[in-house]
Design a protein. Sequence first.
Length: 310
Amino acid sequence: MSNILIGTRGSQLALAQAGQVLNEMAKLWPGDELELQVVKTQGDQWGLQAPPSDLTGIPTGLFTRELDDALLNGTVRGAIHSLKDVPTTLPHGITYAAFIVREDPRDALISKNGLILAQLPAGSKVGTSSPRREAQLKANRPELAVVPIRGNVDSRIKKLHSGEVDAILLAAAGIKRLGRETEIAELIDPQVMVPAPAQGVLVITARANDHEILEKMRALDHHPTRTCAMAERSFLKTLQGGCRVPVGALAEIKGEVLKLTGVIAHPNGEMILKDSASDLSDNPVGLGERLAKFFLQNGAQEILNGFGRS
């Protein structure tokens, strides 16, 4: 029997989703003793203190660096992440061990009285800290007021009930993993609001030379999720974007064809670029690069320059 420590952040959502992954591991490896090791990251403190309007000076790997260090120094054998938090280039010596089957990638609206987006009265205050959501919301419902809002799922919902906002936009995956899907008023159609690249995807990282763990993790790896995530992340990487850049991407597989839809939008909602491209599903990285380069040739530079791209 092996004692295997798996690293995770300590937030309510991180612990919930890590626990679900650990349960799957336990089914596959009944002879191993598995345990979660909570690792505190810079991002956990930043998320509580940074002003909602702060879009600059955010370090790469804000939510992952300490987990990477724990992997490399041998404190843990694997680390569970929301892929959205992971830099598009992994640190030397670390690799993806498994992509967990994707949860719902869509954005979700939680509102007073269960109103959907189209029913919100003009002037309604919608809470979000995401420039991507803000931009697409303003493009579709410019008469709504966007209010910066921070905190975990629970604290944001409390702000809704206290009257600070009339509705909030969150990732559906997080709400569902916390068992709060009954509070969702509407799952936003990706044609209306393209999700963030890799939204809803959990990954396990490990040391590149830890062959025992990498072999064990293969049983958890979901190839369609990996393929779609690679296309979406390649799109983001080619644009040199990060989690605060107003970029959305969603891939879907139909037979042997992979379709990728991307969006880049200015937070004021006045400039939005959106397009799709397709390729064989065995070329997700190439598809993401091709679509991103098309965007860069057709006006994306102007938007990206406003978000710290050099």
